[in-house]
Structures are given as C-alpha cells and as structure tokens.
Write a protein that binds this ligand. Structure first.
Ligand SMILES: [Zn+2]
Length: 560
C-alpha cells in the first residue's frame, strides 16, 4: 500500500466510525427532572442572577437558556401553566384553563384538581376532601414515560400546592406529595396510592414542618447587596409580618397553627424542605440509578406567595431566589453523586410571571390598577337588564371568565344588538381592555385580533366563561373583599409580557448549552424531553427545541 492509499483507507475508516456514532441513537437520560419555580418571571435571571453561585448559576451557565420563552395564552395562572409544562399542550387542549372554573353541572366553582371520587391520604393529621388529576384531559410526559419506556419510569413529584404536584405528575405516580395546612403536614391522594408511601412517611415523620416554628427569615446576603427598597410602595405583607425583614415564623400561641403554616409556606423554608424531600426521594427510590428513565418533578411555591405579597422588586423576592439557588445547587450536587453527572437532564421554568405593584408603576406614569371582578359583574348585569328587561343574568365573574345564565347565552346568540351593548358596557369598565363573546373568539382570532388569539389558546368549552374579559396592561383582577383596595399587592393571569415571559433552562444529558433567542413556549419542554427519551406525546401543541439538542455523537464522545 502506498502512503496515499493508506491515508485514504484511514480516512475512510474514520468516516465509517463517525457514521456509526451518528447512527446510534443516544441512550435516553436516566432521570428527567422538571423544576418549576412558581411566579419566576423571565427577567429575574437578568435582574437577580448576578449574585447566584449555586444551582441556578449552574443551569444558566452550563445549560441552554431560552431568553424569549413565553406563554402565548391569556390565563397565565399556576394550574394552567403546570399542566402546559407537563403535557406540552395549551389549555385549549389539556382543559386546565385556570386554578378553578365554574362547573355548570354542579353550579359551583371547583378547584382545578378537585375530585370528589378520591380522598386525601395524610402523612400528618387526617383531612377531608379529595384532589386528583381527573380534570387534566391529556397525558403528561411522565404518564408517557411510564407507558412507553421498556422499563416503566418511577414518577415522583412534590410541591407545597396540591395543584402543582398533581399536574406535574399526571395520572399515575409512585409518589405525588404536597403540603396541606389543615393536616399540618404533607398529604397525597387515593388517585395515586391506597396507603401512605413508606419513604415519604419516613421522611416527613423524621422532618416535621413544625420543627421550623420560631425560626426567623432574615436576609441571606449582606443588606447592601439588595436592589430596590425593603418596604416598597404598595407592598401587602400578611397580617403577621411587616414589609421589612426579619420575618418570624410564629404561631398565635405556643403550638403550630394556621398562621405559622401560612408563614412557613410563604418563606424560603418551604423551598428548602422540598429540596431535602427531593434528595430523600432520589435516595429512597434510587431515582436515575436503575436500568430505565425516571421522572422527578418539583414545583417550588414560595416565590409565588412572596411575590404576591411583596412584589417583583422586593428584597423578599431577591432573597427567595438567592436561597433557591443554593437549594437547587444541593440537589444538583446530589444528582451528580447518585445518578451521575451527564446521566440526567433538567428543565427549569415557571408557570407564569407577575405584574409590578400598581403603586410602584404609577409614579412612572404607567396607568396601573386592580380590577375588581364585582365591577365587571355589575356592568354586565346592568347592560343585560337594560337590553333584555329586569332579571338576574350573571352567574359569576371570576378573573377573565364571566358566566351567564344559559338562557341569556341563547338570547345573546340571537340578538347581536343586545350582545354588542353588553360587550361595550364591559369595555367601559375602568381597567378593562377587551371583552369577547366566547363563541366569537374563533372569528376574531382568525381576523388577527391578538387578544382573541391569546384567549382562544386558553379557552375550553364548558369550563371557560361565556364572555371573556381582559384587563388593560398593568391591571389585574382581584376579588372584592370589602376593603378599599382588595386583593394582593400584585398578581398575574393576563396576556401581557410580564405575566407570559418565563425562563426556560435545559441542562445535562443531550442538551447543547448556549443562549437561544427564538420565541418559544413552555409547551415545548415536554416534547423536547420526550424526544430525548424516545417517547411520543399524544396531544402536544409544543415543538421540540431542536437547536438546543446536542448531536448524539457529541453526547457519546463526552461520556468517554
Ligand atoms: Zn400566583
């Protein structure tokens, strides 16, 4: 063989080897971790990330960061967001249109995970009522991992809120665990298990929440490192706290009570607890250490409660994130030691963002405010009475959904002038931007109306309102409570950027790190993770985030 022929042969063999590496599909991750940070707005990474040094820092620096991720729909609330993350579909598909909706059959408002056919299984004091996944009308990623993988995935989820632990899990789980203040501890549902799950029972018994009684939430960082003012305008701390640090976790008396549990939920101590429960789950079930692919879902709730009370520009929000950075860091370090670095994949996102506190927006010349649902109801009732004669027409007004008496809906269908009067009256309410007869959303969306398009993506017939009402920018819905200024300091649930934009961070097995500027949605997370695992989602509206996938060959080479 001449040198030239030898070189050609060697090059050919190299090509063959490269082709073989390319042809072999990368093995699926051993563990899929979905982390949701409730109310984490997209810009928090830019604003507060400079002082993170733990897990959030690792995810931002070493992962794929989608900087323009946003929900495209109207009802940017917790339950809808979590179901979107877990199913890869929008509310119009998975049916979870809000945290609650008016059940026309029952004639009552029901929570998104309320299920009268199941019961609560408590790890603490017994409690009544049942919560389960029956209203999620699509399979979740973890449901599909369970049914499609050669070795069924072990599925573990946890949160402070029931609606987040349940929607992350889906229809089956080895352990779906959440906090219930009435129980004074953690609970699950007969939808998932017939008896307490032993490892959760052991952990919660060894680590009672009540051990945090008397602890004090202080700033983790030196006071000078916090942006903005501690007691900002319009902050509405819970009655047992002031607007300024420190915040004590105290009961009214000597023993843990509702006040203590509310303080605990609204503090980083609850995030820390979930982090430790997650680590205990990894160890107890050897998640990511078996022959298959397991699923771990964690929704950290404290930031949402803190954000509603103190607003997005507060020392409390900044501190909650700085502490969560450490909590997530400890979890990642533990996964590196157990599942092994490079064997697991993480997706971190949020269920929605949050508006600025109106009192803080106003000095900048921004028209901002709280929209009392009772005013919307009164305006609709008055317009209907004027168009149709005396009568009681409005059944309920909750957030963007206005529920009418079924006979009225039929009348409005046949009476465009009456309908027009009602919609005009609603648009005249201070703080209202748009109002649509729900049956006409399709037509308005097709004509290019952006409000109608957003509303349609979170509209599910029979669950959503008969009329959809949308606030103006920097306005949000509150429920009348008899005070001059009802509602939280701030909230979310609209189609504006501060509510829709959230982070998406992918990290680990199969992920190509970098910053990505394409406009994507959290519905893309489940399809992307499903792709990495080689399973198919039945109902996805989202797409695979292909630009953030490492070529299989790269993944194989890195592992050698
Ligand atoms: Zn919230």
């Amino acid at each position: 063989m001449t040198a030239a022929v030898r070189r050609a042969a060697a090059a050919f063999l190299l090509l063959l080897a490269a082709a073989a590496v390319h042809a072999a599909p990368a093995p699926p991750p051993k563990l899929v971790v979905v982390i949701v940070v409730d109310q984490m707005r997209g810009d928090y990474i830019n604003r507060y990330g400079f002082q993170w040094t733990g897990g959030l820092r690792r995810l931002v620096d070493g992962g794929a960061w989608f900087r323009r991720a946003a929900y495209p729909y109207l009802t940017t609330v917790t339950c809808a967001g979590h179901a979107t993350i877990s199913t890869g579909a929008f509310p119009r598909t998975h049916g979870v249109v809000g945290n609650s909706w008016f059940d026309r059959g029952l004639g009552a408002t029901v929570g998104c995970t309320r299920d009268a056919t199941v019961s609560t299984i408590s790890y603490a004091a017994p409690v009544q009522g049942g919560e389960g996944p029956s209203s999620i009308l699509a399979a979740t990623l973890s449901d599909e991992l369970r049914t499609q993988m050669p070795v069924p995935a072990r599925v573990v989820t946890m949160s402070i809120k029931e609606r987040t632990a349940i929607t992350l899990a889906g229809h089956r789980a080895d352990a779906a665990t959440w906090f219930n203040p009435a129980a004074g501890g953690f609970v699950t549902s007969s939808a998932y298990t017939s008896a307490p799950v032993p490892f959760v029972a052991a952990f919660t018994k060894a680590n009672p929440v009540t051990a945090d009684l008397g602890k004090v939430w202080t700033r983790m960082l030196p006071a000078g490192r916090y942006l903005f003012a501690d007691a900002g305008r319009g902050e509405k701390p819970p009655p047992f706290w002031t607007a300024e640090f420190p915040h004590a976790l105290e009961a009214k008396g000597e023993v843990p009570d509702a006040q203590f549990f509310e303080a605990w939920e609204s503090s980083p101590f609850s995030d820390d607890y979930l982090g430790r429960l997650a680590i205990a789950s990894v160890d107890a079930l050897k998640l990511g250490q078996g022959t298959g692919t397991d699923f771990l879902g964690i929704s950290f709730s404290a930031l949402d409660l803190v954000g509603h009370d103190f607003g997005p520009a507060s020392h409390e929000v900044q501190d909650t994130l700085a502490r969560l950075d450490r909590t997530i860091g400890a979890l990642l370090d533990h996964l590196d030691r157990t599942a092994g670095a490079g064997n697991y994949v993480i997706a971190l996102t949020a269920d929605h963002g949050v508006a600025p506190i109106p009192e803080q927006a106003a000095p900048f010349g921004i028209d901002a405010g709280r929209l009392d649902g009772a005013l919307v109801r009164q305006a609709a009732q008055a317009a209907l009475a004027s168009a149709l004669g005396p009568g009681s027409y409005v059944v309920r007004s909750q957030y963007s959904d206005l529920i009418l008496d079924p006979d009225v809906v039929e009348k409005l269908r046949r009476d465009p002038r009456a309908l027009d009067e009602v919609l005009r009256a609603l648009r005249a309410v201070p703080g209202v931007a748009a109002a649509f007869f729900a049956e006409q959303l399709d037509a308005h969306a097709a004509a290019g109306d952006r409000y109608a398009r957003a509303a349609l993506l979170s509209y599910y017939p029979g669950r959503s309102g008969d009329v959809i009402v949308m606030p103006q920018p920097y306005w949000f819905f509150v429920a009348a409570d008899g005070t001059a200024q009802p509602g939280s300091a701030t909230s979310h649930g609209t189609m504006y950027g501060y509510d829709q934009k959230v982070p998406i961070l992918l990290f680990g097995k199969g992920v190509k790190p970098g910053e990505y500027a394409r406009v994507v949605t959290p519905a893309d997370i489940a399809p992307t993770l499903a792709y990495l695992c080689g399973v198919t989602l039945a109902h996805a509206d989202g797409e695979v985030l292909g630009e953030a996938l490492a070529p299989a060959a790269q993944a194989v080479r890195r592992e050698r």
